[in-house]
Design a protein around this ligand. Structure first.
Ligand code: BES
Ligand code: ZN
Length: 462
């Protein structure tokens, strides 16, 4: 290992170093289970991942239960033997992963973990099995070395995060008493840059729709009928084109009504981060960036809502030309939301907008798929101070405060139901390919993350 061991941690550090190979071997086992929550053909694998995690948590001394939901089960593990009056920390993560396709673009197979150049490649390596594993092993280190934990700990791992956490809000409400805690800790996000530990101050929310346009009862010869029949593909293109103004603003009426501006201090903090815009453009392989004018890239990604096409389907897409007027067209459209936008309100606005702009001659339907509320933290309090100290010690520099454009639907529910602050501290990195081929997590970040999260518990009661 190349890192310098932080002094405060020495007893845990020695254990983590000694057990390094086993920590990674077991993580490899976890990553080999294709727990793709979106696909019913993987339901048995998804259950197997839950069972695997259940066993590991039970083995380190947690009272563990796998609780069924209407979808994939929740693994709930508890350790409540801390000294009287000690606080309770709830750790959340997800054991489900995104589908691995397109398979041919993976350098090594998605479910055969491999380390190259200090990166551990596998579906779920960073999102989120590897990051959840950091917490499990940090807890094991504490228990193995000291026989105890300084705080009570609840671990809750779900299997539906990647499909919108549909059943988790109800679960949190139902089990609110058992989940009562003083702080929630989550690692399911990224650091700002290599070597720069980061604490997350905001997540965007999500409202996801499928828009279908139906025209004639079957596909038609485009010569015999084209020009006189409304083409569903063209109708859909026109509908989608009405969703933005030319300056990048979303044109859906009322879309921005509930947007609460970010505090100037937070925006100033974002501007002070060493963001390498040219490097960002290069990494993406684009010729220029787009979006709302007059805002910085980080501001656009972290503080502004969006409306984006995620997928399009219509007509003939095979080899060569086929003269056909398609009977239907479909688009997947999602809006990322910022505080205080509400997915239910955005759904209403989206439906009203599409109804207003839909041309005659086709039937248009907007079907909501899933949603999640946006979230913003104030970062004041004990758990954040503890995280700053633990991260500084493990990474050798103070953490920065970052925002995030992605969503973790349950975060708002934890805060609302459990009334506990949520610390989001991620160990991914830019370019980690989450949801894409060649997803990876930095091996060094796993090691430092383990030390930071093991130390977080000590710092929390310090
Ligand atoms: N780990 C991500 C959340 C995230 C995304 C954090 C990007 C940092 C950067 C999480 O697993 C995720 O992908 N969430 C979904 C939620 C959706 C399915 C409701 C997302 O953001 O698309
Ligand atoms: Zn994800």
């Amino acid at each position: 290992m190349t890192m310098s061991a932080p002094k405060v941690l020495s007893d845990l550090d020695a254990w983590l170093s000694k057990n390094d190979a086993r920590i990674f071997d077991e993580l490899f086992e976890f990553l080999r289970i294709p727990s793709v929550s979106a696909r019913s053909e993987h339901d048995a694998d998804t259950r197997r991942a839950a069972a695997w995690l259940h066993e590991k948590l039970a083995n380190i001394g947690f009272t563990t239960e796998t609780i069924p939901t209407a979808g994939h089960p929740v693994v709930l593990a508890e350790w409540r033997k801390a000294p009287a009056g000690a606080p309770t920390v709830l750790v959340y993560g997800h054991y489900d992963v995104q589908p691995p396709e397109p398979l041919e673009l993976w350098t090594s197979p998605a479910f055969e973990p491999a380390i190259r150049d200090g990166k551990l490649f596998a579906r779920g390596s960073v999102d989120d099995k590897g990051q959840l594993w950091i917490h499990v092993k940090a807890l094991e280190a504490q228990l193995a070395v000291r026989g105890t934990l300084p705080v009570n700990v609840i671990v809750i791992a779900e299997g539906e995060e990647e499909i919108g956490s549909e059943h988790l809000a109800a679960f949190v409400e139902k089990y609110a008493k058992r989940l009562a805690c003083d702080a929630v800790v989550i690692s399911d996000s990224a650091m700002f840059a290599p070597g720069i530990p980061s604490i997350l101050s905001s997540l965007r929310g999500l409202a996801y729709f499928e828009i279908t346009v139906k025209g004639p009862s079957s596909d038609l010869h485009s010569g015999s009928y084209g020009g006189a029949v409304v083409n569903p593909a063209m109708a859909l293109a026109r509908i989608l084109a009405t969703m933005h103004h030319a300056d990048g603003h979303v044109a859906i009426e009322g879309f921005y009504d509930d947007v609460r501006p970010f505090p100037d201090a937070v925006l100033a903090g974002m501007r002070s981060l060493p963001f390498d815009e040219a490097g960002f453009v290069r990494e993406l392989g684009v010729s220029a960036l787009g979006g709302e004018q007059g805002r910085t890239t980080l501001e656009k990604l972290w503080t502004r809502p969006t409306c984006e096409v995620n997928g399009l389907l219509s007509g003939y897409t095979g080899e060569g030309a086929k003269t056909v007027l398609p009977a239907k067209a479909m688009a997947k459209v999602s809006c990322r939301l910022v505080p205080d936008q509400d997915p239910a309100v955005i759904e209403r606005l989206m439906k009203a907008h599409v109804e207003k702009v839909a041309p005659a001659g086709v039937q248009v339907a907007v079907q909501p798929l899933h949603g999640g509320k946006p979230w913003r933290a104030d970062l004041d309090g004990r758990v954040f101070d503890a995280a700053r100290r633990a991260l500084a010690a493990a990474f050798g520099r103070e953490p920065v405060i970052v925002g995030e454009g992605g969503s973790i639907p349950v975060v708002g529910d934890f805060e609302r139901v459990l009334k506990a602050p949520v610390l989001l501290v991620g160990f991914g990195l830019p370019g980690e390919n989450a949801h894409a081929p060649d997803e990876w997590i930095s091996v060094d970040n796993v090691r430092r993350g383990l030390r930071a999260m093991a130390m977080l518990l000590d710092e929390y009661v310090a």
